[in-house]
Design a protein around this ligand. Structure first.
Ligand code: ADP
Ligand code: ZN
Ligand code: ZN
Length: 742
């Protein structure tokens, strides 16, 4: 398009990271050539009273505004775009699909410093090269020191230079010999800009010998490299999925291509990083929120330049540009952490698939408990299923059993039978894992005399008792107050905790098993940096007898010596008003079960329930996750729920209910005008939690049997809503394909 333009009176159409649904026009800077006008470069522009960073999207000669009213771009920040044309297309697609302002979507794709307009630092690295003396020396003269001889020969085979990274890839212990060669003036040290070389694909450790199911999965994906395809690798914990990833990654590296690996949780990155580094001698980059801005930017640029072969990260790593993309892997694809829940509410899984399609590369999704959407896509033959039915090596699958606790003696959540099972396991010197997905001591403080309940003043929620801190805390807005002893309503000292939290279970365990080491893992106990890692290490060294925790435990960690897993309250997932709850419950049960009996010792899983006949529970236990998924998918189909229909949820918050009333009235008029009748609009209704942090909350649900119809409506509706004056007085957001209806 640019070649039809002349450099005078050019107009730059740009995206700016502000919450508005339109682009901005600026006059191009003076004295530029068309060469300077590359979509995707960053710009600095005047905006309001200040300046902002903008992304150039289009160069044109026409603006809807009068040219005399346009301001001029201040600076062009990049010589060339940091994102490829395809990645820019991906951002456009994401903005359209999630109905989120393009400027904010662009911002999401960049690490903080670049987003704020900082120049790309030219990163240097330490490199060694031969001196003239070193070039001329016959290595045989170093006969007496085989390491130095070896090292000199390595350099003589690479006469330009070798970076520290190259040397580490070659030999973990290269430093002493290099140091000595430097002191003998055979080698010299220089700082060089990071190299743009293709990654070396040296294997550090050999691959394992795979079972036939693993081999089939590896071969299927490996023969599809260089083209788009989505593969769903379904395999229980311990079935060898990671080994499959490693061998496919090896095939990608051999082609000189890069791999993007996404995991749901930061805590899962160290163990995976370790396995990558043990296997491959290539650079492995990390990208997640616990790193510094600088570290993230370096990892991002390394991938962009092709200096790094594997990037391991969380959802936020999804948009990292790849110099030479080969494969995208999403591990634990069912995990709802892949969905961003605020701001730009995107699904990293779904965008990964779109990205794979744009880049013509395969996307590999792995899980022991695939999401119902992905299983549905397998049914529709959009994804190809790869199944690992057995545990790899010698480990056997755990047995699952329901423990009916109706009319049983239960002490603070633990039935006598369960306590006996715990004793038996401990007597064999094996570890026990107890799961309860609620932190704190108890979710309710109630007065036995008058029925008063401690409520949050700003939310429709009870305050949770935290005995450790002697406080009452709201888990929704964070409000905290001192734990009271006397009922404020009737002034009687009859306040009692009701319900169970991990602190409370910990207390009983300490009483019943006072000679055992008990570790509690939840958000409260692992707040200190590094504490989770410390606990995990203690557990794996066998210094812990009982591990108690929340969903933190259900994710990926390996506890080889655990042989008994108990789910203390399995019923809590059965009666939610959110239709996603039963799927999440089943995934949680299977994931937690997967922690047991990883090594040669078989595991046993006990679930305490008051609903032993519940069909979903019994299907899951007797027939497994797949049958369960089939049953739930049939229910969803009958009820026209996703994935058989498509939803978008509009959430509205306001401190004044009049404002929401006016807003919804205005929205209703727009909907009436724009809806073609193919999309149902349900609501507005109060959100399940009608008040939170002092704000009233409402929801409006859009649902259609045709994805396209839903988006046609939203395409015209959302920009109109954004322009409403009534929209300025409420906080509203749109969540496309919501995974959480709260
Ligand atoms: P997952 O990722 O499915 O939990 P892993 O790949 O971590 O499974 O494998 C679980 C364990 O089994 C690991 O200790 C791994 O080294 C081992 N393993 C995997 N594949 C094989 C194999 N083919 N032969 C022997 N051991 C294997
Ligand atoms: Zn009272
Ligand atoms: Zn609150």
């Amino acid at each position: 398009m640019a070649h039809t333009l002349t450099p005078d009176r050019l107009i730059f159409r740009v995206a700016i990271s502000v919450p508005v649904y339109r682009l901005f026009d600026y006059l191009a800077p003076s004295n530029i050539t068309l060469e300077d006008c590359k979509p995707g470069v960053r710009l600095e522009v005047p905006f309001g009273k200040g300046r902002k960073i903008a992304f150039l999207l289009e160069v044109t000669q026409h603006s809807e505004l009068e040219t005399s009213k346009l301001k001029q771009v201040l600076r062009i920040l990049d010589d060339k775009p940091l994102l490829s044309a395809k990645d820019i297309r991906l951002l456009h697609w994401s903005s359209r699909y999630y109905h989120h302002p393009l400027g904010e979507v662009f911002s999401t794709a960049f690490p903080a410093d670049l987003r704020q307009g900082k120049p790309i630092a030219l990163t240097t690295e330490k490199c060694y090269s031969l001196t003239d003396l070193g070039k001329g020396l016959d290595s045989a003269e170093l006969q007496r020191s085989p390491k130095q001889k070896n090292t000199l020969e390595k350099f003589q085979a690479h006469p330009t230079y070798l970076s520290e990274a190259d040397l580490s890839a070659w030999n973990d212990n290269w430093r002493p010999a290099v140091k000595q060669l430097v002191s003998k003036q055979l080698l010299q040290l220089d700082l060089k800009p990071l190299k743009q070389t293709a990654p070396t694909t040296l294997l550090r450790n050999p691959a394992l010998h795979c079972n036939p199911a693993q081999q089939l999965a590896i071969d299927t994906v490996s023969t599809n490299l260089g083209q788009f395809g989505v593969f769903l690798l379904e395999g229980v914990t311990g079935s060898g999925k990671t080994e499959v990833y490693l061998q496919i990654i090896n095939a990608v590296l051999k082609r000189g291509q890069q791999v993007l690996v996404l995991v749901p949780e930061i805590t899962l990155t160290p163990q995976l990083e370790e396995r990558f580094k043990q296997r491959f001698a290539v650079n492995v980059g990390l990208f997640h929120s616990k790193l510094t801005d600088n570290q993230r930017q370096n990892a991002w640029l390394d991938m962009q330049r092709g200096d790094c072969s594997i990037l391991l990260g969380t959802r936020s790593a999804l948009f990292t540009p790849l110099q030479n993309p080969g494969l995208i892997i999403l591990d634990e694809e069912h995990d709802s952490s892949f969905k961003q829940q605020e701001g730009f509410r995107f699904s990293a899984r779904d965008i990964a698939v779109v990205r794979g399609k744009l880049l013509h590369i395969p996307v590999l999704l792995g899980s022991a408990t695939p999401s119902l959407e992905s299983l549905h896509n397998v049914d529709k033959q959009r994804y190809q299923l790869l199944h690992l039915p057995d545990r790899a090596g010698i480990a056997v699958a755990p047995t699952l059993q329901l423990m009916d606790i109706r009319n049983k003696r239960v002490q603070e959540g633990l039935s006598e039978t369960l306590i006996q099972e715990i004793q038996k396991t401990l007597a064999k010197n094996e570890q026990v894992l107890l799961f309860l997905n609620r932190r704190g001591f108890a979710p309710t403080l109630i007065c036995y005399s008058c029925g008063w309940v401690a409520r949050c003043q700003r939310c429709d929620a009870n305050l949770v008792i935290h005995f450790d801190k002697q406080s009452l805390r709201c888990h929704h807005c964070g409000q905290e107050q001192i734990l009271i002893k006397t009922c404020p309503a009737c002034k009687v000292d009859e306040l009692m905790p009701l319900g169970l939290g991990t602190e409370r279970i910990e207390k009983v365990l300490n009483e019943r098993f006072n000679d055992k080491v008990i570790v509690r893992l939840d958000r409260d106990s692992t707040q200190r940096k590094g504490s989770l890692e410390d606990y995990l290490q203690q557990i794996n060294q066998g210094n812990v007898d009982i591990i108690l925790g929340t969903q933190m435990l259900s994710k990926g960690h390996h506890f080889p010596n655990v042989t008994l897993v108990a789910i203390i309250d399995v019923d809590s997932g059965l009666f939610s008003i959110d239709f996603h709850a039963s799927e999440k419950m089943a995934q949680m049960i299977v994931q937690v079960s997967g922690r047991a009996g990883r090594a040669e010792k078989p595991g046993n899983v006990i679930m305490q329930t008051r609903q032993p006949e519940h069909p979903l529970l019994t299907t899951l236990i007797r027939e497994g996750y797949r049958s369960f998924a089939k049953t739930v998918l049939a229910e969803r189909k009958a009820a026209s729920l996703p994935p058989f229909s498509y939803q978008a949820l509009m959430r509205v918050q306001t401190s004044d209910n009049n404002n929401s009333t006016f807003f919804f009235q205005a929205v209703a008029i727009l909907v009436q005008k724009l809806n073609t009748g193919q999309t149902q609009v349900l609501g507005p209704v109060s959100a399940p939690m009608a008040r939170r942090a002092g704000l009233y909350r409402y929801q409006l649900l859009f649902q259609s049997n045709k994805r396209q119809e839903l988006h046609i409506l939203l395409n015209s509706l959302i920009p109109e809503i954004a322009k409403l004056k009534q929209a300025k007085k409420v906080r509203w957001s749109l969540d496309v394909d919501p995974v959480d209806l709260y």
